[in-house]
Structure formats: C-alpha cells, structure tokens
Design a protein around this ligand. Structure first.
Ligand SMILES: Nc1ncnc2c1ncn2[C@@H]1O[C@H](COP(=O)(O)OP(=O)(O)OP(=O)(O)O)[C@@H](O)[C@H]1O
Ligand SMILES: [Mg+2]
Length: 173
C-alpha cells in the first residue's frame, strides 16, 4: 500500500477548510461554532502570531451567549467566562515545553462540562485530549485566512458536518 494512512484520508474528507476574508467573517464562523458547542467540547487552535485565534475565540464566546468578551493579551493562561455553557479559554503561548503544559493541571477543565478553547495548542498537543476539533489558521494576506477544521473523533466529525450545513444555510439568507 502506498499513499496516505487511512486516518489522514478520513480527516481530509471529513475536514473543512473555508477561507475567511475579514476578521468579522472569522468571528461569524466562531459564532456558529459557539452555537453548536456541547458540554465537554475541545477546540485546539493552531496558527502563528496574529493568525486570528483570538478573533475566532471571540466569536465562539458570542455564540455561547457570552457578552463580556474582550480581546486580551496572550499572557493570560486561562480564563473562564460564562454563557449558555462555561467557556475555558486557554492560551499556551508562554509555555515552550510540553511537560509544562502537562503540569498545569488542566484536565478538570478538559474533561468537565464546559467548552475548552486552547490557543497555541501546538505547544502541548501530546498531552492534550485526543478527541478534539483541531483548527489551523493560516495567513493568506492582510485580510484573508485559511481556517482548516480537522475533526478527531465522532463528536467532532458530527460538529464539522453540522457546521458546514449551518454556515451554508446562513449564507443563503
Ligand atoms: N480574516 C481574518 N480573520 C481573523 N483575523 C484577521 C483577518 N483579517 C485580518 N485579521 C487581523 O488579524 C489579527 C488577528 O489577531 P488575533 O489576536 O486574533 O490573532 P491570534 O492568532 O490570537 O494571535 P496571538 O498568537 O498573538 O494570540 C487581528 O488584528 C485581525 O484584525
Ligand atoms: Mg491570541
């Protein structure tokens, strides 16, 4: 057998990679995710400085009915916001070793009843929950971003399918 392992072929087919043309569009995608979020959901965000991870998170917060959200600097490690569900917004930017992430004791958040959004998740992928939605944001140009959604696990396959439908529906109105 040659070619891609089956796992990554499945991911290719089940994933989704829309292009956002503005911060507002990225936020709007976040809102749709926030509206579909369920207790225990984990969204791992990966992308360089200024890619748009916080921008997407802001939308997710709004989609969860959180009004108090304001963008904040990267040094905040974890903050908790309350909407329809709790949102645990984690930012691993300041950490540079996976062991440090493991030492943070985040499992109560990851395996709780809230929604976890982790910026700079690549800092700790080996110790983060294996079932998650991976979101890779890539800079295309000043206002455009590739937002690649890769589901890992059944819950997230369903979520991406629902999200695609919801976004298509929103765009047709
Ligand atoms: N399509 C887009 N989607 C998201 N952000 C965009 C887009 N176009 C331009 N931007 C700009 O890119 C920046 C994204 O900043 P944001 O803080 O969300 O990035 P980040 O990935 O969280 O960075 P950091 O690694 O510093 O936490 C903002 O200034 C935003 O206005
Ligand atoms: Mg950020």
């Amino acid at each position: 057998m040659t070619g891609q392992p089956i796992r990554s072929m499945v991911d290719e087919e089940s994933g989704w990679a829309p292009v956002s043309h503005s911060p507002e569009e990225t936020q709007a995608l976040g809102v749709q995710i926030g509206e579909l979020a369920q207790p225990g959901d984990i969204y791992l965000l990966v992308g360089k400085l200024g890619a748009g991870k916080t921008c997407l998170t802001q939308g997710i917060a709004w989609g969860l009915g959180i009004k108090e959200y304001a963008a904040s600097p990267s040094f905040v490690l974890l903050r908790e916001l309350h909407g329809r569900l709790p949102l645990y917004h984690v930012d691993l930017y300041r950490l540079d070793r996976t062991e440090e992430v493991a030492d943070l004791g985040l499992d109560d958040y990851f395996y709780g009843q809230g929604v976890c959004v982790v910026e700079w998740a690549d800092r700790g992928l080996p110790v983060l929950p294996p079932a998650h939605l991976l979101v890779e944001i890539k800079y295309l140009d000043e206002n455009s971003r590739h937002i690649r959604l890769k589901p890992n696990g059944k819950r997230y396959l369903d979520l991406v399918a629902q999200l695609r439908e919801k976004v298509a529906h929103a765009n047709s109105h």
